[in-house]
Design a protein around this ligand. Structure first.
Ligand SMILES: NC(=O)C1=CN([C@@H]2O[C@H](COP(=O)(O)OP(=O)(O)OC[C@H]3O[C@@H](n4cnc5c(N)ncnc54)[C@H](O)[C@@H]3O)[C@@H](O)[C@H]2O)C=CC1
Ligand SMILES: O=C(CO)COP(=O)(O)O
Length: 335
């Protein structure tokens, strides 16, 4: 591994995943983290008490290795890596303060499992189109890994996907610590799309659970979902890939079944009769699957892939179809 002595990493976002990633990065003595958060009160709290007051508040954040700041240009200045760790719907506003020149020569890491909602673009495509960042200078963080379990230092695995093997291997090194093992993988698009789509499936699983369906039904839905994800990813980016690997199947499983899954929780509320608005207000955290259901639905108008689970979620979330009716229709497609 050809890593320089000091690594400067800017982390953009103040939520649970950003906090977990800052914790992992700060396990490395050679890494300096510049952490951009939008709330000045949270920055002051972290500087004084070394904990994020809002998310994963038990996690200790070393003041020697982690420097919170409120100006995004200060955070990225001099950074080797810029890690994007906000929900996709909120990334455009803070990044507007940056120009292509601010990002030139830096490696961009997307930790986001969502698409830019109004443009229906993957984050890496959007970064390439908006800032001219070459795909080879980007990677994505994927794999079954909830921030809450990182906070508890439970053994976890990540996949770092990139078109550039060196970029993936270098960042995988920074994401590996006592309780996290990270592996590089060459399939950037496949991993990025699968991470977006598993959120829609987990949301749909939550809906069925809220409606009273059991584990038998969910197991069939998750198996069918894996085939649905494979069909879509193959249509968008045809190539050989092992979709039972943890970056694809593992992430689908953890999100569909974990007590920590925001998408499952959000779906569960919808299944129990909450409106979308009420579920969003109740949650306090962001379920990317809500936005992804629309983006993938729109994108699929170009590809025409058979996606009954995504379509059922789309109709419930955006067309007002009753969850019970949509799931009843879906029953006929599953096997
Ligand atoms: N939490 C997890 O375990 C994991 C999350 N991810 C991904 O990481 C990304 C970030 O998610 P989390 O940190 O979990 O989100 P979160 O729900 O914990 O935090 C939300 C973040 O969005 C910001 N935010 C909320 N409302 C906003 C608004 N109206 N305008 C601007 N910013 C706003 C908050 O300040 C906070 O930084 C997502 O794409 C998610 O899919 C990926 C792997 C694991
Ligand atoms: O991607 C995740 C775990 O790998 C997080 O999923 P949720 O956003 O549903 O919690």
């Amino acid at each position: 591994m050809n890593q320089p002595q000091q690594q400067k990493v800017a982390v953009i976002g103040g939520g649970s995943w950003a906090t977990a990633l800052v914790k992992i990065l700060s396990e490395h003595s050679q890494v300096q983290v510049r952490w951009w958060l939008r709330s000045q009160a949270d920055i002051d709290h972290i500087k004084t008490f070394h904990h994020n007051p809002r998310y994963l508040s038990d996690v200790y954040l070393s003041p020697r290795r982690v420097k919170p700041c409120g100006k995004i240009r200060d955070a990225v200045r001099g950074a080797d890596y810029v890690v994007l760790a906000l929900p996709a719907a909120f990334i455009q506003e803070p990044l507007q303060k940056l120009t292509s020149a601010d990002l030139r020569g830096k490696r961009i890491v997307s930790a986001i499992k969502g698409m830019i909602p109004d443009q229906n673009k993957l984050v890496t495509d959007w970064m390439e189109d908006t800032y001219g960042v070459p795909l080879d200078d980007m990677c994505v963080i994927a794999g079954p890994c909830h921030a809450e379990e990182v906070a508890l230092e439970k053994q976890s695995y990540l996949t770092i996907a990139s078109t550039n093997p060196g970029c993936a291997a270098d960042f995988a090194h920074l994401m590996t610590c006592r309780y996290v093992t990270a592996h590089p993988l060459a399939d950037l698009y496949g991993v990025e799309y699968a991470a977006v789509m598993k959120n829609i499936v987990a949301l749909a699983c939550g809906i069925t659970h809220g409606l009273g369906y059991g584990d038998n039904f969910q197991a069939v839905m998750v198996s069918n979902a894996m085939l649905e994800i494979r069909r879509f990813v193959t249509a968008v980016d045809p190539r050989e890939r092992e979709m039972s690997a943890s970056a694809y199947l593992g992430d689908l499983l953890v999100t569909a079944y974990s007590q920590f899954s925001r998408n499952r929780l959000f779906g569960n509320m919808i299944g129990r009769g909450y409106s979308v608005k009420a579920a969003q207000l109740e949650m306090k955290m962001i379920a990317e699957g809500y936005y992804a259901a629309k983006s993938i639905h729109v994108l699929n108008q170009q590809y025409g892939v058979d996606m009954p689970i995504t379509e059922a979620a789309f109709r419930i979330l955006y067309e007002g179809e009753a969850p019970a009716l949509a799931m009843n229709e879906l029953k006929g497609y599953l096997k």
